[in-house]
Structure formats: C-alpha cells, structure tokens
Design a protein around this ligand. Structure first.
Ligand code: SF4
Ligand code: SF4
Length: 339
C-alpha cells in the first residue's frame, strides 16, 4: 500500500513560474490568467533573457517552469529554453495545453527540457472538451504521444471541479496508455475566469468542490493511480487543528512572474495588484507597500489568510467560533509514490 506524504516546503531551492505571455488559443473555464492584472503583452526575448538572468545566482537550485497563456505560442520559446539551460537552472519544465505550436518538439531535444507538462481535464473527450474547448482532448493526447515517442519526459495536470470529479478514477488507465510519468491533481480555485460571474451562469453551476467530496475522493484515487506505477501529487488543502500551518510566502521561495512585470510570491494574490516584486529594466525590485508580503505575516486560526479573504466559503466554524479545520497553503502538496 502506498501512502501519501506531505512534501515539506524546501528552504534550499526556489521555483520560478515564468508566464512569458498571456495569450492562449483556448478558453478553459477555470483559467486563472487575468489579462487586466497580468498584462496582454508577449514578452520579447530580450526581456525573457534579462529576467532569467535576474535568477542566475545559484541557478542550479532553481526549478524553472515556462507558462502562458500557452507558452508554445511564443516563437522564441526554444531560444528562451536554451538560454535557461546555459544559465544552469536545476530543471526546466514547459506547461502546455498540448497544441505544441511552432513545432516546438522538433526544435528542441529531450536533453534541453526536463519535462513537458500537459493539461487534460477529463478522461473522456466529452468532459474535457466541455471544460477546455472542442478538439482539445484529441490534440492534447496526440501531443503527449508525440512527446513520449520523441523521448521527452511528460507529466499531466488535471484540475478537479464538479464538472469532472467523476472521471478522476478513469484517469488511471488513460495515464498508463499515454506513458505519462507523473500526475498532478489541482483543485479549481476562485481565481481568474472561475471567479467570474460567467462561471456562475455555467450549466453545471458553481464548480467548486465541497471538503467532504474532496477528502472522500482525491486521496483514495491518488493512491490507486500510484499503485499503477505513477507518482501523484495533489494539494493538501485541509489541515486538522493540530497540524502545523506554514505560509509559503514566508518559508519558501516561489516566484510567479507575469509579462507586465509583476512578480507574486503567492498564487492566491494574483487577481489583485498586491504583488511584492516588480521587474524594472530587468532588475527585480520590491513593489510599493502594502502588498502580499504584509498579508503573509498575519497569523489567524483559519490558516491561510488569503483563503479567508477570497474564499471564506471554504471555512467552517464550531459553535464556540473556532474553526473546525485550517486551510493549508495552496502550495502545500501531498505526494503518493508507487510502492
Ligand atoms: S488554462 Fe491554460 S490552456 Fe486553458 S485558457 Fe488558460 S492558459 Fe490557456
Ligand atoms: S496561499 Fe496562503 S499560505 Fe500560501 S503563500 Fe498564499 S497567503 Fe501564504
């Protein structure tokens, strides 16, 4: 039997999530990209290079993730990957919706990218395409096959919502068939498009999952998938009152970079102009106060302060007013490895 382990925040490494553009060919229902807050520009290669260089000190301890929008829409992605490789980043991942524009798999070698991470939100074409758009299931599956056949390591991200939780179990045989090495389960949040009124009017209604449904479903199916030989990660989300709460903004080193120059340390802050850092002329500088870093300091019995501010419906209180459980940092993960 494989058991989930909480992945402790690393004090010795950093994760650099680099959105090189916000443009995308899809319109997924849960997309967290918010062009008003993140910009609509495509970052020129000269800025990508300059901003990567701002992270070049001890680069071997930093994991770099290229994102968008859809990062393969950027014609200079291969050059950006090569520059990052030359700078010595510890790992390089490209997150893609599977459309793999500009023949990216023909322009780089498996030795240049550690992982291509694909996104599917259903085990069936019907469910995935209802969330991500017509044709996206077949295109993503074809993209994974192509990447695996060329020798790239691959992973798959599945964002769980009420619209697809019933298909999580069916992902096990699909992952095996596709030859994917790792499976990341995400939980739909209240950011970007899923926080909008457009989402409330959707045919399935609100897509957020209740605590009990999450606890009854995700850990069990993650174990089942791990037993089939695939490492699975998923957000911890809920902490018992006696479990230790830590805010990654205080104890870990994560950077969420957007093409308008904003740099956040917390994903839950990304819908608001409260980023803690800015890129100014290729230099990373502190942003005006107050900002997200002031929120990280607040010690509340409910755990994550940003959750309490933007998703208070996730909380539940006893008669005496104390919270029944804490909400973990959204970056805290459970991992289940194959036996
Ligand atoms: S979730 Fe990703 S693939 Fe979907 S619309 Fe947003 S950026 Fe594009
Ligand atoms: S999600 Fe909450 S706990 Fe995690 S970094 Fe943000 S504010 Fe801190």
């Amino acid at each position: 039997m494989t058991l989930p382990q909480t992945v402790a925040f690393s004090r010795n490494s950093a994760n650099v999530f680099f959105h090189i553009l916000t443009q995308c060919n899809l319109k997924c229902r849960h997309c967290y990209i918010n062009p008003q807050q993140h910009g609509q520009n495509t970052l020129p290669l000269s800025s990508i290079v300059g901003w990567l260089e701002a992270f070049s000190e001890n680069s071997h301890t930093k994991n770099l993730i290229f994102l968008g929008g859809e990062p393969t829409l950027h014609p200079d992605l291969p050059a950006a990957i090569r520059h990052a490789r030359r700078l010595g980043f510890g790992s390089i991942t490209v997150d893609t919706n599977g459309y793999l524009f500009h023949d990216i798999l023909d322009k780089i070698d498996p030795g240049e990218v550690d992982v291509f991470s694909f996104s599917l939100d259903g085990a069936t074409r019907a469910t995935n395409d209802r969330i991500r758009g017509d044709g996206s299931f077949d295109t993503c599956v074809a993209g994974i096959h192509k990447a695996v056949s060329k020798g790239f390591d691959t992973s798959l991200i599945f964002t769980i919502s009420l619209a697809n939780i019933k298909e999580l179990e069916e992902m096990a045989p699909l992952l095996k068939k596709l030859g994917v090495g790792r499976f990341f389960i995400q939980i739909i949040g209240l950011r970007g498009r899923s926080a909008s009124q457009e989402s409330d009017k959707a045919s399935e209604g609100i897509l957020q999952i209740e605590r009990q449904q999450w606890l009854d479903t995700v850990p069990r199916i993650a174990r089942m998938i791990a037993e089939s030989g695939i490492t699975v990660s998923y957000p911890k989300v809920f902490l018992n009152p006696d479990e230790k709460f830590e805010c990654a903004g205080l104890v870990a080193d994560n950077y969420f970079i957007f093409p308008n120059g904003r740099v956040y340390r917390c994903p839950l802050c990304e819908d608001f102009p409260i980023h803690s850092l800015d890129f100014k002329e290729n230099q990373l500088v502190s942003a005006a106060k107050l900002n997200e870093s002031d929120f990280f300091q607040l010690n509340i019995p409910e755990g994550c302060v940003m959750n309490k501010l933007i998703q208070p419906q996730n909380l539940s209180y006893r008669k005496d007013g104390t919270p029944e459980y804490k909400i973990a940092c959204c970056l805290l993960k459970e991992e289940v490895k194959p036996a």
